[in-house]
Design a binder for this molecule. Structure first.
Ligand SMILES: NC(=O)c1ccc[n+]([C@@H]2O[C@H](COP(=O)([O-])OP(=O)(O)OC[C@H]3O[C@@H](n4cnc5c(N)ncnc54)[C@H](O)[C@@H]3O)[C@@H](O)[C@H]2O)c1
Length: 448
């Protein structure tokens, strides 16, 4: 493969292809990455067609949606209006064997993400998976390892689409350019509070059009209750994501978006130690209130830092007492020797500390700014057809989601744990290693 062709984006490729006869020949005869040429539409399966799935329809209209999968058959009528001719499936395992697939978009409940993504990568399919890509440390590690094994063949994108907001790049630039001086600590928080007493009691039976057993999928069985499915489109996840067997609470919900704002700016790998505390442990429900601290070693441009996650009303200390962090629903703070940077998804504020006068910091010129990501979903489809490069692949997001899952494991262990990121093991408490994975129902292997 010509390395130049690899790096061209779809539009560039089409432009150069139409400008030369040779290009046209190449368009017809070359198959990039065994999947598609830039001018060819991808054959995509959308798994989970309603709710968050709806937010993918616009970008998917530029591709061939050949398969639609949902455990709720009543969702197909509208989906087929958008994608007529697609074949429908209720079982994602069968859907993944649809002939000629190039890519899958996964918008199902969290407890099936890692399974579907692994099975899809095993079939050499490009994968866009809504966040969180995994619920346990083990799931994140398996996904990341599989992606790294296949990264010259497939593209992956974790569904943290806020990453494309220009503020993400501006925050990274400020941190990297030294606007806070030498970085010492990073604090991220979210204030969504969904308090649930425990799994819902069994109530009624699912309608014949709803395949509840397939919805439960790999998770331990819990009886049906319509309450799990009573939310509006794109918000129904809030009806099930607090329960350990279906989600990871705010860690996998807004936490995946908010920690991304921090993670994007710190070039971190896995932490070497983690500790967490929160409300009393509930075997059914993930904690609302939680604080987790992660120790990260130094890298080439910054010293060792501590990264912290706060949720459910827990908050770091504000830089000034006239700043009320309660009013920043989802935010990040970067603390350094010369200043503090406070940001949410769309805005940022810099507070020089003491008598720091900002002369230590050089503002970038316009032409030095990070180029915009553009449309986040389109970035994925373009990557599938060209250079396989996305902003939030399973390497980048897998490390971050593993870290967040480590926070929940440390919360359950109730102690500070030393972590060997290479081996994926706690080194000072063998029993705590049991918390790195979650139980599966028989017959639902993750690596199928
Ligand atoms: N990126 C974002 O901003 C964002 C926003 C909302 C939700 N999400 C994520 O999207 C996912 C879905 O959230 P939601 O609120 O749409 O949930 P939901 O419960 O409404 O499910 C979405 C659709 O998937 C179907 N589904 C569920 N399990 C399935 C399975 N095993 N096989 C096939 N179809 C299945 C449902 O029937 C439904 O049609 C969650 O993981 C959530 O974290 C992301």
């Amino acid at each position: 493969m010509n390395p130049v062709t690899r790096t061209l984006d779809r539009r560039q490729f089409l432009k150069s292809a139409t400008a030369s006869g040779a290009g046209l020949l190449l368009l017809k005869s070359t198959t990039l990455f065994g999947a598609a040429t830039p001018s060819k539409k991808l054959n995509v399966a959308l798994i989970g067609v309603w709710g968050r799935g709806l937010a993918h329809y616009n970008a998917l209209k530029g591709e061939n949606v050949v398969a639609l999968c949902d455990v709720n058959e009543t969702r197909f009528a509208d989906a087929l209006k958008a994608f007529p001719g697609a074949k429908t499936y209720v079982d994602w395992r069968k859907c993944l064997d649809h002939r000629g697939l190039d890519a899958v978009v996964i918008c199902t409940a969290d407890h099936t993400h890692a399974h579907i993504a692994m099975w899809a990568m095993n079939r050499n399919l490009h994968v866009y998976c809504e966040k969180p890509i995994g619920m346990s440390v083990e799931e994140c590690r398996l996904l990341r390892a599989k992606y790294l094994e296949k990264k010259n063949r497939i593209a992956t994108q974790a569904g943290t689409q806020r990453h494309a907001l220009p503020n993400f790049a501006r925050v990274r630039e400020l941190v990297r350019d030294g606007a806070v001086g030498e970085l010492s600590g990073v604090f991220a928080w979210g204030n969504r509070q969904l308090r649930r007493p425990g799994y819902l009691p069994g109530e009624g039976s699912p309608p014949s059009t709803f395949h509840y057993d397939l919805w439960i999928g790999p998770s331990p069985y819990h009886p049906y209750n319509p309450g799990y499915f009573s939310g509006g489109p794109g918000a129904n996840c809030l009806q099930w994501n607090m329960y350990w067997d279906f989600g990871t609470g705010q860690v996998g919900d807004m936490g995946n978006h908010t920690m991304d704002l921090a993670w994007n700016a710190i070039d971190a790998g896995l932490p070497t130690a983690v500790e967490a505390k929160g409300e009393a442990f509930n075997p059914d429900v993930t904690p609302v209130e939680l604080t987790a601290h992660f120790d990260h070693p130094a890298n080439q441009w910054r010293p060792a830092i501590r990264v912290s996650w706060y949720q459910g009303g827990h908050l770091p200390t504000a830089p000034k007492n006239y700043i009320d962090l309660n009013k920043v629903g989802h935010g990040v703070m970067f603390k350094g020797s010369k200043g503090i940077l406070l940001a949410d998804f769309n805005s940022r504020m810099l507070f020089p500390v003491g008598d720091a006068d900002l002369t230590y910091y050089k503002v970038r010129s316009k032409d030095q700014l990070t180029p915009p990501v553009g449309d986040f979903q389109e970035q994925f489809y373009n990557a599938c057809k060209t250079d396989l490069k996305t902003s939030c692949n399973f390497d980048y997001n897998g490390l971050m989601t593993e870290q967040m899952a480590l926070g929940l494991a440390a919360y359950r262990a109730g102690k500070r744990l030393d972590y060997d990121g290479k081996a994926g093991r706690f080194t000072n408490d063998a029993a705590a290693n049991a918390l790195l994975k979650r139980p599966y129902r028989e017959g639902w292997p993750i690596n199928g």
